[in-house]
Structures are given as structure tokens and as C-alpha cells.
Design a protein around this ligand. Structure first.
Ligand code: GDP
Length: 217
């Protein structure tokens, strides 16, 4: 699985990614209102995905910690933008967004969250790239399409990241990557190139770190 993506990164880029994440990742704040966003102008990246896509596990795998992003107990419960600083210089923010596509959330709560999300995406010059996580077993679902549509509309550059690749049979992996790459290719704000990851085997984690380190430079 990694052979298709490993080629895209040099050893130096992989090492830069490793160094960035070795520098630490610490929680700064949970933002519930737009006026609570950090104002220091640091570039930021965000992680979005459907509830249960494996976002917490991926963030924990990236940062090498076991409990930085709480592995979800009640999906969709936390409606905040969680800000973390990355690296020893704390030069970049990593923003963990609440999982979407969870039907049981109260309607009023969903509306409040959607307003925050839209305001954030529309006005946030610091937001350099969004990583949208896609469960490799399920592919791009309707709620993912909605998120991608919102990112296209707000002109936020995003990249698709497949999660749980270990759950896909080896013979089917390249087809899953190709299908997802094709979907990204048709969307206006999508960054070309899909990353395939597994938080269980660690596949694609070094490459995702390298991708993020490339943004931080
Ligand atoms: P979140 O709701 O998106 O934060 O998802 P979690 O990280 O809480 O993961 C949801 C479920 O998927 C949990 O049961 C995880 O153990 C499982 N999971 C997450 N990542 C992987 C992975 O890479 N491979 C496999 N097999 N399971 C995973």
C-alpha cells in the first residue's frame, strides 16, 4: 500500500515530518465561537471527517501519543474546534474538527455548529489546508460530499486522506486509492494526491507527517 505513496516523498521530507512531530503537539484551546479563534496569525491545518472515520486514532498516531485526541466515546458530541500547536517552535496549529454525519445530534446544536464551521472556513486566511478523512472501506459518502462542497465553496484547499487501509484487502487497495484520487481530481479545491493511512499498522503516517511539514515551511 505504501509503495504508491512513498515515492512522492524524499528521505529529507520524511525526516522533516518526523522532526516536526517529535517537537511535540500540545492542546491550546477548544473554540466554540468565532471570536475565540487564535489571533496570532500562525498557519493552520485542520482535520475533518465523518464520526468514527478514525480521526482521533490518526491524530494520535501522527503525534505518537495515545490520548491527545480522545478516541470517540459518543460520536459527534464535542462541537468545538480543538486547537493544538505543532513542533518545537509551535509554528503551526493543528485543528481537530468535530466529526460530522452523526444523526443523533440535536438539531439546534447542529445548526450552531454549522454556523461556526461556515464562518471559520469562509474567513480564515490562516487555514492553509484541510485534510478530509475518508474511511477506506466506505469511500466518499454523501456527508463527505457535503463537506467537500463546503470547502469548494469557501475555497479552502483540501486533501483526502484514506483511513483504516488495513481493513481493505491488499488486492483492492490500489483500486480504492485510484477511485478516491479520481473523486478528488473532479473537485475544484481538492489538492491532487490522496494519502492512504492506517493507524493500526502505521502505514502512511510518516508520509502524512511529511505532507504537513511541507505546509509548515
Ligand atoms: P473518530 O470518531 O473519527 O475520532 O474515530 P476513532 O479514532 O475514535 O476510531 C473509530 C473506530 O475505528 C475505533 O474503534 C478505532 O479503534 C477504529 N480505528 C481507527 N483507526 C483505525 C485503523 O487505522 N484501522 C482499524 N482497523 N481501525 C481503526
Amino acid at each position: 500500500m505504501t509503495s504508491t505513496i512513498e515515492a512522492e516523498f524524499s528521505k529529507a521530507e520524511i525526516a522533516r515530518g518526523e522532526a516536526l512531530f517529535k517537537g511535540g503537539c500540545s492542546f491550546v484551546k477548544g473554540v466554540v465561537k468565532i471570536d475565540g479563534l487564535p489571533t496570532d496569525g500562525k498557519p493552520e491545518i485542520c482535520f475533518a471527517g465523518r464520526s468514527n472515520v478514525g480521526k482521533s486514532s490518526l491524530i494520535n498516531a501522527l503525534t505518537g501519543r495515545t490520548s491527545l485526541a480522545r478516541v470517540s466515546v459518543t460520536p459527534g458530541r464535542t462541537r468545538e474546534l480543538n486547537f493544538f500547536t505543532l513542533g518545537k517552535d509551535k509554528a503551526l496549529y493543528l485543528v481537530d474538527m468535530p466529526g460530522y454525519g452523526y444523526a443523533k445530534a440535536a438539531r439546534g446544536e447542529v445548526r450552531k455548529w454549522q454556523t461556526l464551521l461556515k464562518n471559520y472556513l469562509r474567513g480564515r486566511a490562516e487555514l492553509t489546508r484541510a485534510f478530509v478523512l475518508i474511511d477506506a472501506r466506505h469511500g466518499v459518502k454523501e456527508s463527505d460530499e457535503e463537506m467537500l462542497g463546503l470547502l469548494d465553496e469557501t475555497a479552502v484547499i483540501y486533501q483526502l486522506v484514506l483511513t483504516k487501509m488495513d481493513k481493505v484487502k491488499p488486492a483492492e487497495r490500489s483500486a480504492v486509492i485510484t477511485a478516491t484520487t479520481e473523486i478528488a481530481g473532479k473537485r475544484p479545491a481538492a489538492y491532487p494526491g490522496v494519502l492512504a493511512t492506517s493507524s493500526i499498522t502505521g502505514d502512511g503516517i510518516a508520509e502524512l507527517r511529511a505532507e504537513i511539514a511541507g505546509i509548515a515551511r
